[in-house]
Design a protein around this ligand. Structure first.
Ligand SMILES: Cc1cc2nc3c(=O)[nH]c(=O)nc-3n(C[C@H](O)[C@H](O)[C@H](O)COP(=O)(O)OP(=O)(O)OC[C@H]3O[C@@H](n4cnc5c(N)ncnc54)[C@H](O)[C@@H]3O)c2cc1C
Length: 356
């Protein structure tokens, strides 16, 4: 392990804001986890686990402790003779790029993660907020998470039920935040399975295609479609495109109680507006955060100095060039206040704030 000092963190994140890490080390092997943890403990330094940096806002003052960049690689090629039926277990190193793993699963004709194509970040980052998109989430396929438990100073394997997965949440970003260094994740996929086409955008894409929705698309076609839809929304990292210098969706879709929903509907009616209905959201009493933002005076392309809103997606706050973390936070506050005033709903940010 090579310990580095004062390493700038902004280039290691998709939003590209924030200061440096006091100490920084790359973890390439599982057995280095204990050594790194010990280094931090001996010096009483706070520890931060960095994956692909795609869900982070790093403070301008940086991180005063040790940043552990998880770089454990390896995708175990499934052995069909070990598989039960057509279920195939992939064990993937936490440092593997998530989309590289999805690509490999699709090439091997294994279903279960195709709708999660194009999501940036690492495999180790996916259980943390139970990554999801287009009708799939990793909780659907995760079998177990292998991690170094900083509390018990040993490697543990957490079966899926122990991970407490919910919408954009797990024990890793709630009750046990900061306790585990995720080393590997096992996903149970289905060889020869059909793609999941629950989402309206995807159904529409294939209904309008040459097959007119008559022949089910392959996993590869589904992956391609998801990546194209994401590209059109600035949700695929395209180098040089300012609209993807973001941390993805900056706000979660709020989950409302019956009473809150009635209040929202009444406010909308008073403005002669109708709250859009999406089956995927309605089922969970969620409303579209993007709609709330756009109907509170913040349109796509809104600029606030060096920070702004993507031209392609109302929920993506972007770094328009040389933004500081404080510019992003000021815009976040402005949007939260605007939505609160117009709709009496406090939007909850999705990214992780580091060093604030
Ligand atoms: C353009 C864009 C589109 C996006 N689209 C989506 C989307 O559709 N759906 C979605 O759910 N998310 C989306 N995101 C958010 C982000 O890509 C995911 O949350 C991703 O899983 C974060 O992984 P990461 O490796 O980049 O984690 P990081 O951003 O590095 O870290 C995020 C959190 O996970 C923790 N963490 C990361 N790795 C480990 C590890 N090995 N052990 C312990 N803790 C760890 C960190 O400490 C931190 O708390 C998008 C982001 C961008 C920029």
């Amino acid at each position: 392990m090579t310990m580095q000092e004062n390493v700038p963190l902004a280039p290691l994140t998709t939003l590209q804001v924030g200061g440096a890490a006091r100490y920084f080390v790359e973890l390439k092997r599982e057995d280095e986890a204990r050594e790194a943890a010990q280094f931090a403990k001996n010096r009483d330094l706070p520890l931060f686990m960095l994956g692909g940096g795609s869900n982070l806002v790093i403070a301008d003052s940086g991180w005063p402790g040790l940043v552990l960049k998880i770089a454990i690689g390896g995708i175990t090629t499934p052995n069909t003779t070990e598989a039960t039926g057509n279920a195939v277990l992939f064990s993937v190193g936490a440092g593997v790029n998530w989309d590289d793993f999805v690509a490999q699963a699709v090439v091997q004709n294994c279903a279960g993660v195709e709708c999660l194509s194009g999501i940036p970040g690492s495999v180790g980052g996916t259980p943390v907020q139970n990554v999801g998109a287009y009708g799939q989430e990793v909780a659907d396929t995760i079998e177990s998470v292998r991690a170094f438990d900083l509390k018990e100073d040993r490697i543990v394997v957490l079966p899926k039920p122990a991970c407490g997965f919910r919408y954009r949440s797990s024990i890793f970003n709630t009750t046990e935040r900061g306790r585990y260094i995720i080393l590997r994740v096992s996903y149970r996929l289905k060889r020869g399975g059909t793609p999941s086409l629950k989402y309206a955008d995807l159904q529409k894409h294939f209904a309008e295609g040459p097959a007119g929705g008559k022949t089910p698309p392959s996993l590869a076609e589904t992956r391609e479609a998801v990546r194209n839809i994401r590209r059109s929304k600035g949700m695929l990292i395209v180098p040089g495109d300012e609209d993807c210098r973001s941390a993805g969706s900056f706000f979660k879709n709020p989950v409302l109680s019956e009473e809150q929903f009635k209040d929202l509907a009444a406010r909308a009616a008073a403005k002669t507006l109708e709250i859009p209905s999406y089956p995927a959201l309605d089922a969970q009493h969620k409303v579209s955060a993007a709609w709330l933002v756009e109907h509170s005076g913040f349109s796509k392309g809104y600029a606030a100095g060096a920070a702004g809103i993507s031209h392609k997606h109302a929920l993506a706050l972007i770094n328009r060039g040389n933004a500081k973390a404080k510019d992003i936070v000021a815009l976040k506050d402005e949007i939260q206040n605007g939505v609160q005033e117009a709709w009496a709903i406090l939007l909850e940010p999705e990214p992780v704030f580091v060093g604030f």
